[in-house]
Design a protein around this ligand. Structure first.
Ligand SMILES: Nc1ncnc2c1ncn2[C@@H]1O[C@H](COP(=O)(O)OP(=O)(O)O)[C@@H](O)[C@H]1O
Ligand SMILES: [Mg+2]
Length: 222
C-alpha cells in the first residue's frame, strides 16, 4: 500500500469560523493504481491533494505514505519526500518564467544529490517522451498551453516519483491537447507510476482505471 488515509479531517480556520472541508475521509491506494477524484467545485479536491502531497498536514486522522506517518515527520524528511516520492502537475502549469524548457524540467532534480550528467540524461529522456525535443531552448512564454503542460509532465518524468498528483491538469487545454496530456498520464501509469487525477470532467476521469467522488467532505466510489 502506498497511501493509507484513515479518519482524515481538515478545516481551514477563519476569524469568521472554520470552513469544514474533509470529514473522516478513508482512502487507500496501491502501487500502480490510476484513480480519478471527481467532485463539484469547492468540495475539497485540491485540499485533499495538498494533504497527499505533504503540503498541508491533516487536522486529525492518519495519513501514511509508504508506511510513514506524515504528521510525525520533521521538515527535512518532508522536503525529501516532496522532492523524491511525489510529483505534481497543476492546472496552471507553474513553470519558471524566463528560463528554458531544459532548466524547467531539471528543476526538482536540483534539490537532490544527482550527478550533472545523470540530470542531463533524465531531462533529455523526459523531453523526448513528451515530444518536445525541438523546443528545448524555448522559454515558457514561447510555448503553447499544451506544450507548457507537456513540460510540466516532463519535469515529473525526470523526477521519476512513485506517486503523481495531478490537479485539473487539462483544465486550461483544448480537447486535442487535453487528450494528448491524458495519453501521457496513461503511459506513465503503464510505466509503473501510481496516479491520482483530480478533475470535475467525467470524460477526463474516464482515462483513469477507477473513479471516486468527493462531496460533502466524504470520498466514495463513483
Ligand atoms: N486557504 C484557504 N483558506 C480558507 N478557505 C479555503 C482555503 N483554500 C480553500 N478554501 C475553501 O475550502 C473549500 C475547498 O476548497 P478546494 O480544496 O480548493 O476545493 P476544490 O479543489 O474541490 O474546488 C472551498 O470552500 C474553499 O473556498
Ligand atoms: Mg481545486
Amino acid at each position: 500500500m502506498i497511501v493509507e488515509v484513515q479518519n482524515l479531517c481538515y478545516h481551514y480556520k477563519r476569524s469568521s469560523g472554520n470552513i469544514e472541508v474533509l470529514d473522516n475521509v478513508d482512502f487507500t491506494l496501491e502501487q500502480g493504481e490510476f484513480v480519478a477524484i471527481m467532485g463539484p467545485s469547492g468540495s475539497g479536491k485540491s485540499t485533499f491533494l495538498h494533504i497527499l502531497g505533504c503540503l498541508l498536514k491533516p487536522v486529525s486522522g492518519s495519513y501514511r505514505l509508504n508506511n510513514e506517518e506524515i504528521a510525525d515527520l520533521d521538515e527535512k524528511r518532508l522536503a525529501e519526500i516532496r522532492s523524491c516520492q511525489i510529483g505534481h502537475v497543476f492546472q496552471m502549469f507553474y513553470l519558471l518564467p524566463g528560463v528554458d524548457v531544459s532548466s524547467n524540467v531539471s528543476l526538482p532534480l536540483m534539490y537532490g544529490n544527482i550527478h550533472k550528467k545523470e540530470v542531463q540524461r533524465r531531462v533529455q529522456r523526459a523531453v523526448q517522451q513528451v515530444g518536445l525535443v525541438d523546443r528545448l531552448s524555448h522559454n515558457p512564454a514561447e510555448l503553447s498551453g499544451g506544450e507548457m503542460q507537456r513540460v510540466a509532465i516532463a519535469r515529473v518524468l525526470a523526477q521519476n516519483p512513485e506517486l503523481i498528483l495531478a490537479d485539473e491538469p487539462t483544465g486550461n487545454l483544448d480537447r486535442k491537447n487535453s487528450n494528448e496530456v491524458l495519453r501521457l498520464f496513461r503511459r506513465m501509469n503503464q510505466q509503473g507510476h501510481t496516479i491520482i487525477l483530480v478533475t470535475h470532467d467525467p470524460e477526463v476521469a474516464g482515462y483513469a482505471k477507477k473513479q471516486m467522488i468527493l462531496d460533502n467532505g466524504s470520498l466514495r466510489r463513483a
